[in-house]
Design a protein around this ligand. Structure first.
Ligand code: 0GY
Length: 315
């Protein structure tokens, strides 16, 4: 992969660049596997970062994303619009078009989006919109505006991806459960993994999925959720030395209880990590710890993302 560039923008202080030489994972993903949560950033010189952004990343180009896809053994990507590009989806669309059918997208749109613009996004491969409730990442958008967007994208067969933090779920519950589409929760609703997996906070999240069969979850971002961090000896990562061990019980619970409604992604290039940048190969080695059987792995990595993003390829 190339060295990260910045395209004339000044990176947020302390910004960690993505890992240049990820290890080759020991775990072999099944044929047709999808990395269902990743981003492209810029390059800023061609696709400038949005004026309203809360951080300025290093560039993370489509070429680098596709090289990572091939290195890790994935067949396809789902590229999620990152907040540093606001509602300007040009970098996302460019990457989807360049992928030759091997990438789909999740866009950010405003209420002002036209039907023609939605159609153009669909033609490029967009299949969802993302609503972000993480306060350090975005300014507030009124719920009625989001609901209006959801009602407009529903007839296209798109879904809504939501990103929020665990403590905010109770106040967002009514809004999420009123959405007229499939709803995909990013990173298990960001549980505090110091709290018990059987405790009330994660219990609320599990209840959301139990009571609402249209709600799915990404079991991604152990590196973001972990307090224990990566293993001390990454080279010896294995059954007795798993990566991000404190996240495993949470992700495994979700995979085992909702095997047909889970997705997994690298989250490359890992925005806003200040202490530690994960080796993406190690992230892939996390998968068998949360999806311990071949059947669970196939659902998580192939069947579920295909149903949502490439339904025309489901046999
Ligand atoms: C992620 C997580 C983060 C950022 C964004 O769009 C974004 O800027 O999603 C974060 O900072 O937690 O999924 O990429």
């Amino acid at each position: 992969m190339n060295r990260p560039t910045t395209g004339g923008f000044e990176k947020t202080p302390g910004w960690l660049d993505w890992y240049e030489n990820p290890s080759r994972p020991r775990f072999r993903v099944p044929p047709g596997a999808v990395d269902a949560h990743c981003h492209v950033f810029g390059p800023g010189a061609r696709f400038p970062y949005a004026p309203e952004r809360k951080y300025t990343p290093c560039d993370a180009s489509k070429e680098d994303l596709f090289a990572l896809r091939d290195h890790l053994g994935f067949a396809r990507n789902v590229i999620v619009q990152a907040t540093c590009h606001g509602a300007d989806n040009r970098a996302l669309v460019d990457a989807c078009l360049a992928a030759g059918g091997r990438a789909r997208g999740v866009a950010t749109v405003r209420r002002s989006v036209t039907d023609a613009e939605l159609q153009a996004l669909h033609a490029a491969g967009v299949r969802g919109v993302r609503f972000n409730f993480v306060k350090r990442l975005v300014d507030f958008t009124p719920k009625e505006e989001l609901l209006e967007i959801a009602q407009r994208i529903a007839p296209l067969g798109w879904h809504v991806v939501v990103y929020f933090e665990a403590q905010d779920l109770p106040q967002l519950w009514d809004f999420f459960t009123a959405l007229p589409t499939i709803v995909v929760v990013d990173h298990m609703g960001r549980p505090d993994v110091r709290k018990p997996v059987d405790g009330p906070e994660f219990g609320t999240f599990l209840r959301l999925l139990r009571e609402h069969p249209n709600i799915w979850s990404k079991v991604s971002c152990p590196e973001r959720l972990s307090v224990s961090g990566p293993p001390a000896l990454p080279g010896r990562c294995g059954p007795d030395n798993p990566p991000y061990a404190d996240v495993i019980p949470f992700a495994r619970r979700v995979v085992e209880e909702f095997p047909d409604r889970v997705l997994w992604g690298t989250d490359w290039p890992h925005p806003n990590l200040k202490d530690h940048m994960p080796d993406d190969g190690l992230l892939v080695d996390f998968i068998p710890h949360i999806a311990p059987t071949a059947e669970l792995q196939r659902k998580l990595l192939v069947d579920n993302p295909l149903r949502l993003y490439w339904p025309e390829d489901v046999r």
